[in-house]
Design a protein around this ligand. Structure first.
Ligand SMILES: *[C@@H]1O[C@H](CO)[C@@H](O)[C@H](O)[C@H]1NC(C)=O
Length: 432
């Protein structure tokens, strides 16, 4: 739903970027590690039926990997937004977690100053409100031209707006100057609009944000995947090794803040939260149900800790591996799908991805379906390897000094037939 807006705007955002010098001002911030926070984007629009206990369950899971707050994505049209916001703030207060509102400007508009001010007035001083450098954090999806000055003036508690800028060059606009920094939504390989470009992801957009924000707060996006299959939007971004690559970029760039996209956006397949029992289904169950992503949280945890401490590499404390792969090779034609295959899939590689998390070097063996087993020597630390996808069962073994230290099967067999296209991934882990 949210990408509709971007699609339209992409065509009109025809900025020519000045050639930029070496990256980046971010490097100078590496030592400023005391106030680094990691947030996760939470779609309130699909939790109409959440109870306090559901919120707390999600928050405790997020907290356990080092996430500090949820960015609560709110549409203006949902009648249950006030109720769910109140529950979220209450749950966060109970578990010692933080939250802030992310106004989704696919639904809000520049005329909503009074309503937005009222929400900020209600929550800016709440004990569970995320505060950053003395102000209550507030963010957006799009909404680039919204002026935050009147909201600041109308809210008795200081606020710290970090709106999404679709283009970092907008940082010099009057609206963006009313904010304290910006959030980028460019978490996948894109040309800045919604065009699908080959991977891997680069930091070209982050570098532009650093440049144009010129020292103001940069909240960088981290996302593991993107695949969606609605009739209004039917495409993939080329993610592949993005679950680890993007964090490596964060450790090297050390942006002020990081927001993970997302906790529970099942529709775009980039959730890292559990497939929660009580969310409402917008149709995405077709590709997200029984496709767990929970193991990505295990993978993210050491990266989050490293990012917060200013470390350039994550610390691995026990041997483990996290794998992800799609349910079918990209060329398989699904028999019961009137929508057709998602755009962009020709750029994907039919691979099984394995992030080894090792205390010392070892040998990874992946046996993918009918392919011959592939052995890879992997170093200590977190490294993503990939092997060609074979139809059938997936098995993973790690040996060290002639001893098997990790061994297990993937939770899903790769199949050469399907009813509906599904370019989401099955994510699992194997530990000792
Ligand atoms: C590994 O993945 C990359 C893309 O991320 C791809 O170009 C390459 O062909 C893959 N190799 C195997 C053996 O799957």
């Amino acid at each position: 739903m949210i990408w509709k807006t971007l699609l339209g705007l992409a065509a009109t955002l025809a900025y020519i970027f000045p050639a930029l010098g070496a990256p980046s001002s971010g490097l100078g911030l590496a030592s400023r590690s005391t106030d680094k926070y990691v947030f996760a984007h939470f779609m309130v629009g699909i939790v109409e039926n959440y109870q306090l206990a559901d919120w707390k369950e999600d928050m405790i899971a997020a907290q356990s990997i080092g996430i500090d707050a949820f960015a609560l994505n709110c549409a203006s049209i949902d009648s249950y937004t006030p109720t769910q916001l109140a529950l979220a703030y209450e749950a966060a207060e109970q578990v010692g977690f933080k939250v802030f509102i992310s106004f989704d400007f696919a639904y809000w508009n520049n005329g909503d100053t009074a309503k937005i001010t009222a929400y900020m007035q209600q929550y800016a001083g709440h004990p569970a409100q995320m505060q950053y450098r003395g102000g209550a954090v507030v963010s957006t999806f799009v909404g680039d031209s919204f002026n935050w000055d009147p909201v600041k003036q109308g809210t008795s508690h200081p606020i710290y707006p970090l709106p999404n800028l679709q283009d970092p060059a907008e940082a010099s606009t009057v609206a963006a100057k009313s904010a304290n920094g910006a959030f980028s939504w460019l978490a996948w390989p894109t040309d800045g609009g919604n065009s699908i470009i080959p991977g891997p992801m680069t930091t070209v957009w982050d570098d532009r944000f650093f440049h144009f924000l010129a020292g103001k707060t940069y909240m960088a996006p981290v996302s593991p995947w993107f695949a969606t299959h609605f009739n209004s939007k039917n495409w993939v971004f080329i993610c592949e090794n993005l679950p680890t690559l993007r964090w490596e970029q964060m450790l090297s760039l050390q942006p002020d803040l990081v927001e993970i996209i997302s906790w529970n956006d099942y529709g775009e397949s980039h959730y890292i939260g559990p497939y929660s029992a009580h969310h409402s289904d917008d149709g995405s169950s077709q590709w997200a149900k029984d496709m767990p992503h929970d193991a990505w949280r295990e993978l993210y945890k050491p990266y989050i800790a490293a990012y917060k401490s200013g470390a350039k590499t994550p610390t691995v404390e026990e041997d483990k591996l996290v794998y992800w792969y799609r349910p079918t090779p990209k060329g398989v034609v699904c028999t019961g799908d009137s929508l057709g295959a998602p755009n962009g899939i020709s750029m994907l590689s039919d691979s099984i991805f394995v992030a080894t998390m090792l205390t010392s070097p070892a040998t990874l063996t992946v046996h993918s379906g009918n392919n011959a087993p592939v052995k890879i020597t992997v170093p200590a630390g977190i490294v993503t390897s990939n092997v060609s996808m074979g139809v059938g069962a997936q098995s993973f073994t790690v040996t060290r000094d002639g001893k098997t230290i990790l061994s297990g099967q993937g939770g899903l067999d790769v199949r050469d037939s399907c009813t509906h296209y599904n370019f989401n991934v099955y994510v699992g882990s194997i530990s000792e």
